[in-house]
Design a protein around this ligand. Sequence first.
Ligand code: SAM
Length: 286
Amino acid sequence: MTDYQETLYAGYGQRFAIDRMLHEVRTEHQHLVIFENARMGRVMALDGVIQTTEADEFIYHEILTHVPILAHGRARRVLIIGGGDGGMLREVAKHREVEHITMVEIDGTVVQMCKEFLPNHSRGAFDDPRLNLVIDDGMRFVATTEERFDVIISDSTDPIGPGEVLFSENFYQACRRCLNEGGILVTQNGTPFMQLGEVQTTAQRMNGLFADWHFYQAAVPTYIGGAMAFAWGACDSASRRVPLDVLRQRFAGSGIVTRYYNPEIHLGAFALPQYVLQAINKPGNV
Ligand code: SAM
């Protein structure tokens, strides 16, 4: 039996036993591998970086979907950038009041291979009539679209290869342009313990662009190095301060059954540790 060694960090990383290789291909944009591991279920990696596993994907997809949508309270149009495995789409589609979902994924092969080899991620969400699936660079889309959105979720790879542009100042500015009044942008922003520079850079780029910006966290076991940070950029400062009882009403009203998200975790996730606050030049969790 061979192993899959993640290569995101020099000299430090995680290893998975490949119990069964399901698919491997060099796509137009990246190297894709999907394999089975007895403990983590089916695993996908792109360009040597673990993207998602069946065992812990619920944490990441729930926290990056339900926090902005339940904070917003009236999200009708949602944009997902990246997200080719379909897990984010599955969670967004659970919100009945969402009327339109646009998903812009640069690599059509990722969508096709995940439909076939990671069916538990999308669970039929790619057939949702509300979906407009666009195979394109997310940067080009947000820079040129006339459409507007209430929530934008950037579910991208790390800032290497095709994902790099999704951490640029132009990207954040273009997302801000595409948001309706009261709109919210959230993005995967790496694990601060290992990638503190990425959080710092995003903070600098969001500062001054959004009425309110911050980060929130969740520990996703296979995004190694501690809790993962998610960037928050909101057009309305009140969005991050929705009272607990309101979140509880909205969550109950959604009828969505979760395994990770709950309103208390929602609010608690925005409490950042000192070293992260210092890195983003914020005096506190304000
Ligand atoms: N959960 C993962 C993480 O946090 O690293 C991300 C998973 S998802 C598979 C990442 C997706 O972003 C991939 O399908 C990749 O093809 C897509 N992607 C990378 N760069 C992109 C770009 N410029 N525009 C649109 N999609 C992009």
